[in-house]
Design a binder for this molecule. Structure first.
Ligand code: NAD
Length: 373
Protein backbone atom coordinates (compact mmCIF):
# COMPACT_ATOMS: atom_id res chain seq x y z
CA UNK A 1 0.00 0.00 0.00
CA UNK A 2 1.65 3.17 -1.22
CA UNK A 3 0.33 6.53 0.01
CA UNK A 4 1.43 9.69 -1.80
CA UNK A 5 1.42 13.18 -0.35
CA UNK A 6 1.88 16.01 -2.84
CA UNK A 7 2.83 19.62 -2.40
CA UNK A 8 -0.35 21.66 -2.65
CA UNK A 9 -0.67 23.56 -5.92
CA UNK A 10 -3.59 25.94 -5.23
CA UNK A 11 -2.65 29.60 -4.88
CA UNK A 12 -2.36 30.64 -1.23
CA UNK A 13 -2.54 27.08 0.07
CA UNK A 14 0.01 26.61 2.85
CA UNK A 15 -1.26 23.40 4.40
CA UNK A 16 -0.08 19.85 3.83
CA UNK A 17 -2.05 16.61 4.12
CA UNK A 18 0.43 14.64 6.23
CA UNK A 19 2.79 15.53 9.05
CA UNK A 20 5.70 13.53 10.48
CA UNK A 21 3.28 12.35 13.17
CA UNK A 22 0.79 10.89 10.69
CA UNK A 23 3.56 9.53 8.45
CA UNK A 24 4.75 7.50 11.45
CA UNK A 25 1.25 6.29 12.21
CA UNK A 26 0.53 5.32 8.61
CA UNK A 27 3.86 3.51 8.39
CA UNK A 28 2.97 1.62 11.56
CA UNK A 29 -0.14 0.35 9.78
CA UNK A 30 2.13 -1.12 7.11
CA UNK A 31 1.90 1.59 4.42
CA UNK A 32 4.76 3.14 2.51
CA UNK A 33 4.35 6.91 2.64
CA UNK A 34 5.95 8.99 -0.12
CA UNK A 35 6.07 12.77 0.29
CA UNK A 36 6.90 15.30 -2.41
CA UNK A 37 10.00 17.35 -1.63
CA UNK A 38 9.08 20.69 -0.08
CA UNK A 39 5.46 19.63 0.58
CA UNK A 40 5.51 20.74 4.22
CA UNK A 41 7.74 23.76 4.07
CA UNK A 42 4.94 26.35 4.29
CA UNK A 43 3.64 24.55 7.39
CA UNK A 44 7.14 24.60 8.93
CA UNK A 45 7.81 20.93 8.26
CA UNK A 46 11.16 20.13 6.65
CA UNK A 47 11.87 17.26 4.27
CA UNK A 48 14.29 16.00 6.90
CA UNK A 49 11.49 15.74 9.47
CA UNK A 50 9.42 13.63 7.07
CA UNK A 51 12.44 11.46 6.29
CA UNK A 52 13.10 10.87 9.99
CA UNK A 53 9.47 9.85 10.39
CA UNK A 54 9.98 7.16 7.76
CA UNK A 55 8.73 8.81 4.56
CA UNK A 56 10.25 8.45 1.12
CA UNK A 57 10.95 11.88 -0.38
CA UNK A 58 10.95 12.58 -4.11
CA UNK A 59 9.60 14.56 -7.03
CA UNK A 60 5.85 14.73 -7.62
CA UNK A 61 6.06 12.15 -10.40
CA UNK A 62 8.21 9.79 -8.32
CA UNK A 63 5.92 10.07 -5.32
CA UNK A 64 2.72 9.43 -7.30
CA UNK A 65 4.13 6.51 -9.27
CA UNK A 66 2.08 3.39 -8.43
CA UNK A 67 0.33 5.11 -5.52
CA UNK A 68 -2.76 3.35 -4.16
CA UNK A 69 -3.88 6.42 -2.26
CA UNK A 70 -3.09 10.08 -2.79
CA UNK A 71 -3.78 12.43 0.12
CA UNK A 72 -4.29 16.14 -0.37
CA UNK A 73 -5.71 19.18 1.35
CA UNK A 74 -7.17 20.45 -1.93
CA UNK A 75 -7.44 17.77 -4.60
CA UNK A 76 -4.66 18.01 -7.20
CA UNK A 77 -5.41 18.17 -10.92
CA UNK A 78 -6.29 14.71 -12.17
CA UNK A 79 -3.60 15.17 -14.84
CA UNK A 80 -0.92 15.18 -12.14
CA UNK A 81 -1.96 11.68 -11.04
CA UNK A 82 -1.51 9.74 -14.25
CA UNK A 83 1.23 7.62 -12.69
CA UNK A 84 -0.98 6.41 -9.84
CA UNK A 85 -2.49 2.90 -9.85
CA UNK A 86 -5.69 2.38 -11.78
CA UNK A 87 -8.64 3.25 -9.54
CA UNK A 88 -6.39 4.89 -6.94
CA UNK A 89 -8.13 6.73 -4.13
CA UNK A 90 -7.67 10.44 -3.75
CA UNK A 91 -8.66 11.62 -0.27
CA UNK A 92 -8.84 15.42 -0.19
CA UNK A 93 -11.32 18.29 -0.33
CA UNK A 94 -12.82 18.67 -3.79
CA UNK A 95 -15.29 21.58 -3.53
CA UNK A 96 -17.62 19.22 -5.44
CA UNK A 97 -20.40 21.75 -6.10
CA UNK A 98 -18.02 24.52 -7.15
CA UNK A 99 -15.53 22.46 -9.19
CA UNK A 100 -17.65 20.16 -11.30
CA UNK A 101 -15.03 20.03 -14.08
CA UNK A 102 -12.50 18.66 -11.65
CA UNK A 103 -14.91 15.92 -10.57
CA UNK A 104 -15.52 15.07 -14.26
CA UNK A 105 -11.77 14.89 -14.84
CA UNK A 106 -11.37 12.47 -11.93
CA UNK A 107 -14.10 10.26 -13.35
CA UNK A 108 -12.48 10.33 -16.81
CA UNK A 109 -9.12 9.42 -15.26
CA UNK A 110 -10.67 6.39 -13.54
CA UNK A 111 -9.69 7.67 -10.10
CA UNK A 112 -11.78 7.25 -6.97
CA UNK A 113 -12.31 10.75 -5.59
CA UNK A 114 -13.14 10.80 -1.87
CA UNK A 115 -14.42 14.23 -0.85
CA UNK A 116 -13.54 14.78 2.77
CA UNK A 117 -16.00 17.69 3.05
CA UNK A 118 -18.85 15.23 2.41
CA UNK A 119 -18.00 13.26 5.57
CA UNK A 120 -21.35 12.70 7.32
CA UNK A 121 -21.85 14.66 10.54
CA UNK A 122 -22.26 11.53 12.64
CA UNK A 123 -20.61 10.76 15.95
CA UNK A 124 -18.24 8.06 14.72
CA UNK A 125 -16.97 10.30 11.91
CA UNK A 126 -16.23 13.30 14.12
CA UNK A 127 -12.52 12.55 14.28
CA UNK A 128 -12.38 12.41 10.45
CA UNK A 129 -14.26 15.65 9.88
CA UNK A 130 -12.00 18.17 8.15
CA UNK A 131 -14.77 20.78 7.91
CA UNK A 132 -14.99 20.88 11.70
CA UNK A 133 -11.27 20.90 12.38
CA UNK A 134 -10.60 23.64 9.85
CA UNK A 135 -13.69 25.72 10.74
CA UNK A 136 -12.68 25.67 14.36
CA UNK A 137 -9.33 27.27 13.55
CA UNK A 138 -11.02 29.68 11.12
CA UNK A 139 -13.38 30.94 13.82
CA UNK A 140 -10.40 31.64 16.05
CA UNK A 141 -8.37 33.32 13.29
CA UNK A 142 -11.29 35.54 12.23
CA UNK A 143 -11.40 37.12 15.68
CA UNK A 144 -7.63 37.58 15.82
CA UNK A 145 -7.52 39.11 12.33
CA UNK A 146 -10.45 41.42 13.08
CA UNK A 147 -8.79 42.42 16.36
CA UNK A 148 -5.64 43.31 14.44
CA UNK A 149 -7.55 45.73 12.24
CA UNK A 150 -9.53 47.23 15.10
CA UNK A 151 -7.98 50.37 16.50
CA UNK A 152 -9.15 49.64 20.03
CA UNK A 153 -8.70 46.94 22.66
CA UNK A 154 -10.99 43.96 23.34
CA UNK A 155 -11.13 43.88 27.14
CA UNK A 156 -12.34 46.56 29.48
CA UNK A 157 -9.30 48.10 31.18
CA UNK A 158 -9.34 50.38 34.18
CA UNK A 159 -6.16 52.39 34.10
CA UNK A 160 -4.80 55.45 35.89
CA UNK A 161 -5.43 57.34 32.66
CA UNK A 162 -9.07 56.29 32.55
CA UNK A 163 -11.21 53.38 31.43
CA UNK A 164 -11.05 51.58 28.11
CA UNK A 165 -14.42 50.04 27.34
CA UNK A 166 -14.83 46.44 26.20
CA UNK A 167 -15.33 45.76 22.49
CA UNK A 168 -18.75 44.54 21.44
CA UNK A 169 -18.46 41.51 19.18
CA UNK A 170 -21.41 40.04 17.28
CA UNK A 171 -21.10 36.56 15.70
CA UNK A 172 -23.54 35.68 12.92
CA UNK A 173 -23.83 31.96 12.23
CA UNK A 174 -23.07 29.68 15.16
CA UNK A 175 -21.74 26.47 13.64
CA UNK A 176 -18.29 25.20 14.46
CA UNK A 177 -16.51 28.40 13.35
CA UNK A 178 -19.03 30.66 15.07
CA UNK A 179 -18.75 28.82 18.39
CA UNK A 180 -14.97 29.15 18.32
CA UNK A 181 -15.28 32.83 17.37
CA UNK A 182 -17.55 33.39 20.38
CA UNK A 183 -15.17 31.55 22.68
CA UNK A 184 -12.13 33.43 21.35
CA UNK A 185 -13.76 36.86 21.64
CA UNK A 186 -14.89 36.00 25.19
CA UNK A 187 -11.38 34.90 26.14
CA UNK A 188 -10.08 38.25 24.88
CA UNK A 189 -12.54 40.05 27.11
CA UNK A 190 -15.12 41.28 24.60
CA UNK A 191 -18.87 41.56 25.20
CA UNK A 192 -20.21 38.93 22.83
CA UNK A 193 -23.60 38.32 21.23
CA UNK A 194 -24.52 35.89 18.47
CA UNK A 195 -27.31 34.77 16.17
CA UNK A 196 -28.22 31.81 13.95
CA UNK A 197 -31.27 30.48 12.13
CA UNK A 198 -31.09 27.19 14.03
CA UNK A 199 -32.80 27.62 17.39
CA UNK A 200 -30.69 24.81 18.87
CA UNK A 201 -27.74 27.20 18.94
CA UNK A 202 -29.40 29.49 21.49
CA UNK A 203 -28.34 27.30 24.39
CA UNK A 204 -24.85 26.86 22.96
CA UNK A 205 -24.43 30.64 22.76
CA UNK A 206 -25.57 31.03 26.35
CA UNK A 207 -23.31 28.24 27.56
CA UNK A 208 -20.32 30.23 26.26
CA UNK A 209 -21.46 33.26 28.21
CA UNK A 210 -22.64 35.21 25.16
CA UNK A 211 -26.02 36.79 24.48
CA UNK A 212 -28.31 35.18 21.89
CA UNK A 213 -29.99 37.57 19.43
CA UNK A 214 -32.87 35.75 17.76
CA UNK A 215 -35.82 36.43 15.48
CA UNK A 216 -38.89 35.55 17.52
CA UNK A 217 -42.56 35.27 16.57
CA UNK A 218 -42.09 34.47 12.89
CA UNK A 219 -44.21 31.42 12.25
CA UNK A 220 -43.55 28.45 10.04
CA UNK A 221 -39.78 28.48 10.01
CA UNK A 222 -37.28 25.96 11.16
CA UNK A 223 -33.75 26.82 10.20
CA UNK A 224 -32.45 23.31 10.70
CA UNK A 225 -32.37 21.01 7.67
CA UNK A 226 -30.80 17.60 7.20
CA UNK A 227 -27.58 16.68 8.99
CA UNK A 228 -27.88 19.64 11.34
CA UNK A 229 -27.20 22.10 8.51
CA UNK A 230 -29.08 25.33 7.90
CA UNK A 231 -31.76 25.64 5.22
CA UNK A 232 -32.65 28.69 3.17
CA UNK A 233 -35.11 30.84 5.12
CA UNK A 234 -38.55 32.17 4.16
CA UNK A 235 -38.85 35.72 2.87
CA UNK A 236 -40.76 36.71 6.00
CA UNK A 237 -37.97 35.40 8.17
CA UNK A 238 -35.28 37.12 6.12
CA UNK A 239 -37.10 40.44 6.51
CA UNK A 240 -37.47 40.01 10.28
CA UNK A 241 -33.82 38.98 10.53
CA UNK A 242 -32.69 42.04 8.54
CA UNK A 243 -34.61 44.35 10.89
CA UNK A 244 -33.21 42.70 13.98
CA UNK A 245 -29.68 42.78 12.60
CA UNK A 246 -30.02 46.45 11.64
CA UNK A 247 -30.89 47.54 15.13
CA UNK A 248 -28.27 45.34 16.78
CA UNK A 249 -25.39 45.88 14.40
CA UNK A 250 -25.38 49.65 14.83
CA UNK A 251 -24.14 49.12 18.38
CA UNK A 252 -21.39 46.61 17.54
CA UNK A 253 -17.65 47.17 17.11
CA UNK A 254 -16.75 43.89 15.46
CA UNK A 255 -18.99 41.54 13.49
CA UNK A 256 -17.89 38.05 12.46
CA UNK A 257 -20.09 36.37 9.86
CA UNK A 258 -19.84 32.60 9.28
CA UNK A 259 -23.17 31.63 7.66
CA UNK A 260 -23.07 28.90 5.02
CA UNK A 261 -25.68 26.73 3.34
CA UNK A 262 -24.24 23.55 1.77
CA UNK A 263 -24.33 23.57 -2.03
CA UNK A 264 -25.54 27.18 -2.32
CA UNK A 265 -24.06 30.62 -2.25
CA UNK A 266 -23.65 31.99 1.27
CA UNK A 267 -26.70 33.95 2.48
CA UNK A 268 -26.36 37.75 2.44
CA UNK A 269 -26.55 38.89 6.06
CA UNK A 270 -25.25 42.47 6.02
CA UNK A 271 -26.16 45.07 3.41
CA UNK A 272 -24.19 48.19 2.62
CA UNK A 273 -26.90 50.26 4.32
CA UNK A 274 -26.46 48.22 7.50
CA UNK A 275 -22.69 48.64 7.39
CA UNK A 276 -23.27 52.39 7.18
CA UNK A 277 -25.00 52.34 10.60
CA UNK A 278 -21.87 51.05 12.35
CA UNK A 279 -19.41 53.25 14.21
CA UNK A 280 -16.31 54.59 12.48
CA UNK A 281 -13.44 52.17 12.99
CA UNK A 282 -15.66 49.10 13.33
CA UNK A 283 -14.56 45.87 11.66
CA UNK A 284 -16.53 43.16 9.85
CA UNK A 285 -14.85 39.82 9.15
CA UNK A 286 -16.66 37.77 6.47
CA UNK A 287 -15.68 34.13 6.89
CA UNK A 288 -17.96 33.21 3.98
CA UNK A 289 -16.24 35.56 1.51
CA UNK A 290 -14.97 32.69 -0.63
CA UNK A 291 -18.50 31.24 -0.92
CA UNK A 292 -20.02 34.48 -2.20
CA UNK A 293 -19.89 36.43 1.04
CA UNK A 294 -22.31 37.23 3.86
CA UNK A 295 -21.44 40.91 3.64
CA UNK A 296 -22.16 43.26 0.75
CA UNK A 297 -18.91 44.59 -0.69
CA UNK A 298 -16.53 42.10 0.92
CA UNK A 299 -13.60 41.07 -1.28
CA UNK A 300 -11.41 38.05 -0.50
CA UNK A 301 -7.96 38.90 0.89
CA UNK A 302 -8.54 42.64 0.80
CA UNK A 303 -9.49 45.18 3.42
CA UNK A 304 -12.38 47.17 1.94
CA UNK A 305 -13.28 50.35 3.75
CA UNK A 306 -16.90 51.47 3.50
CA UNK A 307 -18.51 54.24 5.56
CA UNK A 308 -15.46 54.15 7.84
CA UNK A 309 -15.95 50.43 8.51
CA UNK A 310 -13.26 47.91 7.53
CA UNK A 311 -14.58 44.75 5.85
CA UNK A 312 -12.31 41.78 5.30
CA UNK A 313 -12.19 38.04 4.80
CA UNK A 314 -9.65 35.47 3.69
CA UNK A 315 -10.14 33.22 0.67
CA UNK A 316 -8.58 30.42 2.72
CA UNK A 317 -8.67 31.13 6.46
CA UNK A 318 -7.10 27.91 7.80
CA UNK A 319 -4.13 28.51 5.48
CA UNK A 320 -3.29 31.41 7.80
CA UNK A 321 -2.63 28.87 10.56
CA UNK A 322 -0.71 26.42 8.40
CA UNK A 323 0.99 24.37 11.11
CA UNK A 324 -2.04 23.75 13.31
CA UNK A 325 -4.40 23.40 10.35
CA UNK A 326 -2.09 20.80 8.76
CA UNK A 327 -1.74 18.93 12.04
CA UNK A 328 -5.52 18.63 12.46
CA UNK A 329 -6.25 17.98 8.78
CA UNK A 330 -3.68 15.22 8.57
CA UNK A 331 -4.99 13.62 11.77
CA UNK A 332 -8.48 13.66 10.26
CA UNK A 333 -7.10 11.81 7.22
CA UNK A 334 -5.19 9.33 9.37
CA UNK A 335 -8.27 8.69 11.55
CA UNK A 336 -10.25 8.06 8.38
CA UNK A 337 -7.83 5.50 6.92
CA UNK A 338 -7.20 3.93 10.31
CA UNK A 339 -10.92 3.45 11.02
CA UNK A 340 -11.30 1.40 7.84
CA UNK A 341 -7.94 -0.36 7.86
CA UNK A 342 -8.05 -4.06 7.10
CA UNK A 343 -5.15 -5.61 9.01
CA UNK A 344 -4.78 -8.62 6.73
CA UNK A 345 -4.91 -6.74 3.45
CA UNK A 346 -2.92 -3.82 4.86
CA UNK A 347 -5.34 -1.56 3.05
CA UNK A 348 -8.48 0.40 3.95
CA UNK A 349 -11.99 -0.78 3.02
CA UNK A 350 -14.83 1.70 3.30
CA UNK A 351 -18.22 0.82 4.69
CA UNK A 352 -21.38 1.75 2.84
CA UNK A 353 -22.55 4.66 4.97
CA UNK A 354 -19.34 6.66 4.80
CA UNK A 355 -18.16 5.34 1.42
CA UNK A 356 -21.40 6.34 -0.34
CA UNK A 357 -21.38 9.74 1.35
CA UNK A 358 -17.87 10.78 0.35
CA UNK A 359 -17.20 8.90 -2.92
CA UNK A 360 -17.60 11.20 -5.91
CA UNK A 361 -16.27 9.03 -8.73
CA UNK A 362 -15.64 5.34 -9.34
CA UNK A 363 -15.02 3.18 -12.43
CA UNK A 364 -15.09 6.20 -14.72
CA UNK A 365 -18.42 7.64 -13.52
CA UNK A 366 -19.70 10.28 -11.10
CA UNK A 367 -21.46 8.23 -8.45
CA UNK A 368 -22.36 10.65 -5.64
CA UNK A 369 -26.07 11.21 -5.00
CA UNK A 370 -25.58 14.84 -4.01
CA UNK A 371 -24.07 15.56 -7.42
CA UNK A 372 -26.97 13.96 -9.29
CA UNK A 373 -29.51 16.42 -7.85
P1 NAD B 1 -21.92 25.78 8.39
O1 NAD B 1 -20.48 26.11 8.20
O2 NAD B 1 -22.63 25.01 7.33
O3 NAD B 1 -22.74 27.14 8.65
C1 NAD B 1 -22.36 28.03 9.69
C2 NAD B 1 -23.56 28.45 10.49
O4 NAD B 1 -24.31 29.43 9.77
C3 NAD B 1 -24.55 27.35 10.82
O5 NAD B 1 -24.71 27.28 12.22
C4 NAD B 1 -25.83 27.78 10.13
O6 NAD B 1 -26.99 27.39 10.84
C5 NAD B 1 -25.66 29.28 10.10
N1 NAD B 1 -26.51 29.99 9.13
C6 NAD B 1 -26.89 29.62 7.87
N2 NAD B 1 -27.68 30.57 7.32
C7 NAD B 1 -27.82 31.56 8.23
C8 NAD B 1 -28.51 32.81 8.25
N3 NAD B 1 -29.24 33.23 7.21
N4 NAD B 1 -28.42 33.57 9.37
C9 NAD B 1 -27.68 33.17 10.44
N5 NAD B 1 -27.01 32.01 10.47
C10 NAD B 1 -27.08 31.20 9.39
O7 NAD B 1 -22.10 25.04 9.79
P2 NAD B 1 -21.15 23.95 10.46
O8 NAD B 1 -20.20 24.61 11.34
O9 NAD B 1 -20.64 23.06 9.39
O10 NAD B 1 -22.19 23.16 11.36
C11 NAD B 1 -23.37 22.62 10.79
C12 NAD B 1 -24.04 21.63 11.72
O11 NAD B 1 -23.31 20.42 11.83
C13 NAD B 1 -24.23 22.12 13.14
O12 NAD B 1 -25.48 21.63 13.57
C14 NAD B 1 -23.12 21.44 13.88
O13 NAD B 1 -23.38 21.33 15.25
C15 NAD B 1 -23.12 20.12 13.21
N6 NAD B 1 -21.88 19.37 13.35
C16 NAD B 1 -21.94 18.04 13.73
C17 NAD B 1 -20.78 17.31 13.82
C18 NAD B 1 -20.83 15.85 14.18
O14 NAD B 1 -21.69 15.44 14.93
N7 NAD B 1 -19.94 15.05 13.65
C19 NAD B 1 -19.56 17.88 13.51
C20 NAD B 1 -19.53 19.23 13.13
C21 NAD B 1 -20.70 19.96 13.03
Amino acid sequence: MRIAVLKEQAAGETRVAATPETVKKLSALGAIVAVEEGAGIRANITDEAYREAGAELGSAAAVVKDADIVMGVQAPDAAALSGAKKGAWVAATFDPFGQKDRVEAYAMAGLEALAMEFMPRITRAQSMDVLSSQSNLSGYKAVIAAGNLYGRAFPMMMTAAGTVSAAKVFVMGVGVAGLQAIATAKRLGAQVSATDVRSATKEQIQSLGAKPIFVENVEGIEGEGSGGYATEMSEEYQKAQAELVSSHIAKQDIVITTALIPGRAAPRLISDAQTATMRQGSVIFDLAVAQGGNVEGSVADEVVEQHGVKIMGFSNTPAHLAADASALFSRNLFNFLNAFWNEEKKAPELDEEIGDAIRLTKHGAIVNERLQE
